[in-house]
Design a protein around this ligand. Sequence first.
Ligand SMILES: NC(=O)c1ccc[n+]([C@@H]2O[C@H](COP(=O)([O-])OP(=O)(O)OC[C@H]3O[C@@H](n4cnc5c(N)ncnc54)[C@H](O)[C@@H]3O)[C@@H](O)[C@H]2O)c1
Length: 249
Amino acid sequence: MRLSNQVILVTGGASGIGFATCEHLLQCGASIALWDVNPTAIEKAVQTLDPTGERCRGFVVDVTRAEQVETALAQTLAAFGALHGAFNNAGIGSATLPLADLSENDFDKVVAVDLKGVWLCMKHELLHFREHGGSIVNNASVAGLVALAGQSAYTAAKHGVIGLTKAAAVEYAPAGVRVNAVCPGAVRTPILGHLEEAGIDEAALSGMAPLGRIGHPHEIAKAVEWLLSKDASFATGAAMPVDGGWSAQ
Ligand SMILES: NC(=O)c1ccc[n+]([C@@H]2O[C@H](COP(=O)([O-])OP(=O)(O)OC[C@H]3O[C@@H](n4cnc5c(N)ncnc54)[C@H](O)[C@@H]3O)[C@@H](O)[C@H]2O)c1
């Protein structure tokens, strides 16, 4: 029970990697503030994870909206009385197109959720953590480390998430706040639909990783748990690949 008595906030917690992380962190003893933009999916997720609502509560938040993030942070603190860690995971995929063919609207949408949304959540989390301590893990991607062809906006946003992670790690180390990122390779979740629409199927994605397969959301959740826990007490500013070896090539 590595995270007993810890309150952890997970954005994008109603699906995919976020949901699996909520499930795993609950098993590790944490209480979870599950943030997501999709109210129906939140309700279903909380019902599945903790029908009593004692250790897992849902909050409807669009991470691109400053006032919603600020309000949800205040509601989370009011509900649990504390906050010890955050997994900034909410993200969207992009149409798979060469850079010159991507629309301005698509670029803005991806950057708004995948980069600005992470910054907004970090901003409000850090206002609390700099006084009370805490640990942040951001969900970047293998696309934060290497280019994904056809995904220029997503690649740029995810490189930006690693930049935010390193900057905050350096700025808030004196306050004892650790900030790290995980960089998943291809993981079976609904977000892969964008790549599959462009003909990049599971076999092609498996071929990108030396381990020869795509990942399971729980394989990312376990890395997040370690980075949030005291076992990672000397780790900050790291961008940890959990990608089957994709970025090592
Ligand atoms: N699945 C992969 O292969 C993979 C690989 C690398 C990185 N990632 C990253 O993992 C994260 C989670 O993705 P996933 O694969 O679990 O996808 P997913 O679509 O299953 O989950 C994303 C969740 O984020 C929520 N969300 C979207 N926009 C939001 C907003 N504006 N505010 C709040 N919540 C919002 C969605 O409702 C959804 O519940 C993303 O940041 C993604 O870029 C995924």
